[in-house]
Design a protein around this ligand. Structure first.
Ligand code: GCO
Ligand code: MG
Length: 409
């Protein structure tokens, strides 16, 4: 079998997505997700201008060889654009291989290690009544694990808080990318946040009891000593994890956090290779790996990363916001089902327009996701529907402190 075409489709149903479609001379096609929120066209160009010409004529079955070729022959290594592009190729090739085998991808990854994949959803509220409503709606939808984000008194806009409960009863998750010509400016005050958050978790525990797994995302905004304090203050509320408590690129910073708290830690959604985790995993400074299949070089690289983590009893918590396309989500679910050290999967349903463009076979039942049993990934791209939604520039927001200093968002 030979690759005869590698086409990039940029489409914007609800939001922008970059999809790679690889076609073979036997008529099989594979899909890969290369979406990098707010920087989508850079990956589209990397794929179109630099990678697609290299793929034509290659044997699609040689996945490891193609991965190593793309990683090493570029000479310039790592980085979100490169690794998202490699991920798109890798996942498309796994899709083709599984279709050729007539099996769902998880079978090629070793078969199912569990019956379903536990998902967590995003609850948020500007105050406690709104937050409790949001948690109840998620419980009604079937979620059995819930991320909790709230506004903080004195701060106008806080990461993770949906501005308005939605009118259609379907979409009330937080969506950070905005279709505006310049990034929105938000404000931030870490001391106010540290004072406010433990009381929120105390109220949630009192209302919903001890069983419900609760998660929280710090979105890189604390220093190590602030993160250590928050982790310790949240210990009575038994969090499933505290995510991205410090800017993740300084791996050593987590040593200090770890010294002071037993709140489980998750990091890695902005990482793109196993090298970003070397210290974190070897020194057991984290409990969950947050990488996205889409941003970390695809199934081939994620598998190696998660096998490395498994030797240290560190589990998966694969990134799955709506900026991961249904193709990237399906890839994550096949991996989640197959690996032994699965922890949890982030899951926010996409909008209705996205579901028109990407026909999916994965299911969400009683809090558990399953990738389905169609050969390959189980996702089809409707090209005509995709063409109805051209690219729209969109930006993530950024933070300034009260004195105007730019801060991690
Ligand atoms: C998460 C993430 C997202 C990111 C988003 C940026 O935990 O899901 O923090 O909400 O902010 O992926 O594009
Ligand atoms: Mg996060």
């Amino acid at each position: 079998m030979k690759i005869v075409a590698a086409d990039v489709v940029v489409t914007s149903p609800d939001r922008n997505f970059v999809t790679l479609r690889i076609t073979t001379d036997e008529g099989l096609t594979g899909l890969g997700d290369g979406t990098l929120n707010g920087r989508e066209l850079s990956v589209a160009s990397y794929l179109r201008d630099h990678v697609a010409p290299l793929l034509v004529g290659r044997d699609p079955h040689r996945i490891e060889d193609t991965w190593q070729f793309l990683y090493r022959s570029a000479y310039w290594r790592r980085g979100p654009v490169t690794m998202a592009a490699i991920a798109a190729v890798d996942v498309a090739l796994w899709d083709i291989k599984a279709k050729a085998a007539g099996m769902p991808l998880y079978q090629l990854l070793g078969g199912a290690s569990r019956t379903g994949v536990m998902a967590y959803g995003h609850a948020s509220g500007r105050d406690l009544p709104e937050l409790f409503d949001s948690i109840r709606r998620h419980l009604d939808l079937g979620y059995r694990s819930i991320r909790v984000q709230t506004s903080v008194p004195g701060i106008n806009a806080v990461y993770g808080v949906a501005a308005q409960p939605s009118a259609d009863g379907r979409r009330y998750d937080y969506e950070p990318a905005q279709r505006i010509p310049l990034p929105a400016e938000e404000d931030w005050d870490t001391r106010a946040y540290l004072r406010h958050l433990p009381g929120v978790f105390e109220a949630v525990r009192n209302e919903f009891g001890p069983e419900l797994p609760l998660l929280h995302d710090g979105h890189h905004r604390m220093t190590p000593i602030q993160a250590a304090r928050l982790g310790r203050d949240l210990e009575p509320y038994d969090l499933f994890w505290l995510e991205d408590c410090t800017p993740a690129e300084n791996q050593e910073a987590l040593r200090l956090v770890r010294q002071h708290t037993v709140t489980p830690l998750a990091i890695g959604e902005v990482f793109n290779t196993v090298w970003d985790y070397q210290t974190l995993i070897r020194e057991q400074l984290i409990d969950y790996v947050r990488s996205a299949v889409t941003h970390t070089g695809g199934i081939t690289a994620m598998r190696k990363l998660l096998d490395f983590a498994a030797q240290y009893q560190i589990k998966s918590g694969i990134h799955g916001p709506t900026d991961i396309s249904p193709v990237g989500m399906a890839a994550a679910l096949h991996l989640d089902l197959a690996i032994h050290n699965f922890g949890i999967q982030e899951y926010m349903p996409h909008g209705v327009l996205t579901d028109e463009v990407f026909r999916q076979s994965f299911t969400f039942t009683d809090g558990y996701l399953h990738p389905g049993d169609r050969p390959g990934l189980g996702v089809e791209l409707d090209e005509e529907a995709a063409a109805r939604f051209p690219y729209v520039p969109a930006y993530l927001p950024f933070n300034r402190l009260k004195d105007g200093t730019v801060h991690d968002w």
